[in-house]
Design a protein around this ligand. Sequence first.
Ligand SMILES: Cc1cc2nc3c(=O)[nH]c(=O)nc-3n(C[C@H](O)[C@H](O)[C@H](O)COP(=O)(O)OP(=O)(O)OC[C@H]3O[C@@H](n4cnc5c(N)ncnc54)[C@H](O)[C@@H]3O)c2cc1C
Length: 503
Amino acid sequence: MSAGRTLPAGVADADFGRALAAFGDAVGAAHVLSDPAQLLPYGRIMLPVPDEEHQPSAVVMAASVEEIQKVLAVARRWRIPLWTVSTGRNFGYGSAAPATAGQVVLDLKRMNRILEVDAELGTALIEPGVTYQQLHSYLSERDIALWLDFPAPGPLVSPIGNTLERGGGLTPYGDHFQHACGLEVVLADGSVLRTGLGGIADTTSWQVNRYGYGPYVDGLFTQSNFGIVTKMGLWLMPAPPAHRTIMAQWWDDADLGGAVDAIRPLRLAGTIPNFGILANATLILTSMVKRSDVFDGIGAVPVARANEFAKARGLPPWLYLFSVYGTAEQIEVDTRIVRRALESQGATLVLDVDDPMQRNELSLQAFTLFNWNSGGGLCWFSPVAPNRGADVVRQTQLARRIMDDYGVDFMTGMTINGRDILNVMPLVFNRADAVETARVRACFDDLLTQFAKHGYGFYRTGIGFMDRVAQLHGQAGHEFALRLKRAVDPLGILAPGKSGIRI
Ligand SMILES: Cc1cc2nc3c(=O)[nH]c(=O)nc-3n(C[C@H](O)[C@H](O)[C@H](O)COP(=O)(O)OP(=O)(O)OC[C@H]3O[C@@H](n4cnc5c(N)ncnc54)[C@H](O)[C@@H]3O)c2cc1C
């Protein structure tokens, strides 16, 4: 810190001033922010860790690859770390803030061109600042019958930011990285790499073939800090003639294992083609009421209390929202198959339920999560489980016990794949209350430790926990990432600390 300003580690105040001026030459002075008031939105982290550990020193908003190359030259000259964001709305994982204090946020929201949409093949090529809303409007204004898959904060966020985090949505294209095809990446030395078939001069097939020739490297640029992604191809789903969203309900808290075992064969066979979401009553209640309406006692909301409250409103302890897509005939057949399979495992089914995310309609409905508790704290705990009832029950009981010990409400919205489940649990808390925030942090640390001890890894984590989570995933993998980092970014200027990678 200098005169109230956070500086990049090891950079003198005067040099930082010179670097800011040079950034201004690169992108235009109006696109360099260093005033504390301007930096405020970039430091709102929501997580249960101190703000000052993640304050940026400045923000630079580049508008083209050429400007990024100039910014990189400045960063190399003064050893300024750059934390790249696309739209910077990584809510509950750190938003736009860097993993370590003093980095300059390279905000790419000005690079927001939709470069190409191929309506026949269902592909798009976009820049980082493009939001799902923008792409959605582009398609609907032109009557292009392609669907987008988006995460819950869809209107506000970017396909590139979300995909680089390996985020997801709820349609059959819900695994976003699996539907990304071709990246353009600016490396730390300013060179430009196009992955897959993007390296062929006048390429015809960059957005249609994911692998190209030789090593497949796209995954290296996800959850990492090896480059700055400036273009991405993505696949869009042909709009189905019809679809039906179905809610399967299980009325006993102990039904969870049976529910998972009933869903798995339907997912593996593709009868249920989308992830859907398996949620507990407490998570569902956040969309309807406040915490104080449900419980005003001490400690976490007891599961039995949440279940009883939900049941009184016609909702079960566990519900699975999923969809079937296709022609009307296919939908009738698929409905019969899933009905038979799920009802035989104790579910009751409600047909034709409304869920915008499962039918290409953007909404901000999920933000009701913040109404549960005042204070705006949110930290996602996202372990992976094998798609087996016994494992999911074991995970859930473990999480509940730990959260209960710390007085943290247990909620989960599981994304169900064929073979694995992302058991995504939001820890929602009052960040204005220092004692509560410290409790949530201790809880999160304990969750990481206990889950790793039980053999579970994590799909994603927020700044503030990246070193720890990297360490839990094994030394050899971490050292390999460091070797790559030394090779492609020897000065370590790109996002030090992302996924625990720093040299
Ligand atoms: C209520 C709620 C519900 C949510 N639901 C979902 C959900 O359903 N699914 C889901 O996946 N997430 C969900 N989120 C989390 C999050 O908001 C989204 O994942 C969001 O898409 C991430 O923000 P972004 O797109 O602005 O990415 P950014 O913040 O721009 O990027 C995320 C990270 O990716 C890296 N990065 C970004 N751009 C680049 C680039 N061009 N080059 C190199 N690295 C880059 C950086 O490390 C950056 O920190 C939810 C959050 C909330 C609050």
